[in-house]
Structure formats: structure tokens, C-alpha cells
Design a protein around this ligand. Structure first.
Ligand SMILES: Cc1cc2nc3c(=O)[nH]c(=O)nc-3n(C[C@H](O)[C@H](O)[C@H](O)COP(=O)(O)O)c2cc1C
Length: 198
């Protein structure tokens, strides 16, 4: 199994989404001996925000590339190749202001490309990144899996939507939540790790 682990917390060893993501990776490796692992910390080497040159590179046919466009499309090409090569994608998702960290959004902006990862046919859009297993390791200060704050969670709903649009429909979600709540924080990671079912 080829595993891709994407990290989007800037908090290094203190990060709960990284710890939870690592626990998922370890279980995958234990269940699939000989697996390969690529880990990308998106906060160490962020994908650039989409600028005009990136957009132009996405929509210009290869034969018309200028050196500038060829350079601009490299991030996207590399990320898409890496994604398509992976069997399992583990994504660490710290909740920031009810959504995902901007470095994960930037990565998504580089992998969502017409003709590469999705296409439009007469029957509507079709995702082209198929047969992947995705695991989300979501960490948050509050509780969003149930209760009054559930409607404020734009991490899981957004990621299921955009990944599903690209063809990645097999998504499992694990949450370390309540990390800022005195009555929940000590148990949150342990419970999340225990909840991991591959
Ligand atoms: C800038 C910032 C924004 C945050 N926004 C939220 C939020 O909207 N809801 C929430 O429950 N927790 C929020 N938190 C708390 C984080 O989700 C929590 O600390 C989580 O553990 C971060 O993931 P990490 O440990 O992997 O870095 C925020 C933290 C920071 C630093």
C-alpha cells in the first residue's frame, strides 16, 4: 500500500491532528506490511495561493507553455501525480475558525484541475481520482461531531464535498475534539486513537 500523509498543522510535536494522523498511518502500516509512506508537511513547504499565472497554466495546452507557465504548473503536477499514486491518503485537519488551515486549502486549489482530477461530461461532473481510501484526522478545541456546534463544522462537510467531487468518496473521519474544554481535553486524543477503524 502506498500511503500519503498530509500535515496542515503548524504546531509540530504539540499538534493533535499530527498525532492522530500518525496513529492512523501506524495502523495502516501494521495492517499492510511493506507499505510505503510519503509525508508532506504543507505548513513547512506551502503551496502558493493561486495567482493568475497558476490559473493560466491550468488552462493552457502543453504545446503552448511558456517557461513561466511550465514553472507555475509544477506544484500542481507534482501534487496530482503524488495523489494519483497513493492508495491511502491520511489528512491532518486542525480546525481553524470553523474551517481548514489555509495551507490545506492551497493544496486543494492545486489538485482540483479540470481534465486532470475531474471532468465535465454531458452527465455532469466526474471525479477522476478513483479507488482511494481517505482518512481525515480532525482536531478541534470544541466538539462538532454532535451537539449544538455541529452545524458550525466546515471541515468534514467541505472536505467530503471537494474530495468527493474529485472522485474520493471513501472517506473515514476521526476526531480529537474538545481539546480546549477542561472536562474533555485529557481524554480527547486517546479516545480518537481508540476510535480508529481502518
Ligand atoms: C487560529 C486558530 C483558530 C482556531 N479556531 C477554532 C475553531 O474555530 N473551533 C475550534 O473548536 N477550535 C479552534 N481552534 C483550536 C484548534 O482547533 C485546536 O487547538 C486544535 O488542536 C488545532 O490542531 P493541532 O493540534 O493539530 O494544531 C483554533 C486554534 C487556532 C490557533
Amino acid at each position: 500500500m502506498k500511503i500519503l500523509h498530509l500535515i496542515s498543522s503548524p504546531r509540530g510535536e504539540a499538534s493533535f491532528s499530527i498525532k492522530l494522523g500518525n496513529a492512523i498511518v501506524e495502523k495502516l502500516q501494521a495492517a499492510n506490511p511493506g507499505s510505503s509512506l510519503i509525508t508532506h508537511n504543507l505548513t513547512d513547504s506551502p503551496f502558493p495561493h493561486l495567482e493568475e499565472v497558476h490559473i493560466n497554466s491550468f488552462f493552457t495546452p502543453l504545446e503552448n507553455y511558456t517557461p513561466e507557465l511550465a514553472e507555475a504548473v509544477k506544484h500542481s503536477n507534482e501534487a496530482i501525480t503524488e495523489l494519483k499514486n497513493a492508495d491511502a491518503i491520511v489528512i491532518g485537519v486542525p480546525m481553524y475558525n470553523f474551517g481548514i488551515h489555509s495551507t490545506l486549502k492551497a493544496w486543494l486549489d492545486h489538485i482540483a484541475r479540470a481534465g486532470q482530477t475531474f471532468s465535465y461530461s454531458e452527465n455532469g461532473p466526474e471525479g477522476l481520482v478513483k479507488n482511494k481510501k481517505v482518512y481525515l484526522a480532525i482536531s478541534s478545541g470544541g466538539v462538532y461531531s454532535e451537539g449544538p456546534m455541529k452545524v458550525y463544522d466546515f471541515t468534514e462537510s467541505y472536505l467530503r464535498s471537494v474530495l468527493g467531487f474529485l472522485g474520493m468518496v471513501d472517506v473515514s473521519v476521526f476526531r480529537a475534539e474538545g481539546l480546549n474544554m477542561p472536562n474533555l481535553k485529557d481524554e480527547a486524543l486517546g479516545k480518537a486513537v481508540e476510535s480508529i477503524i481502518l
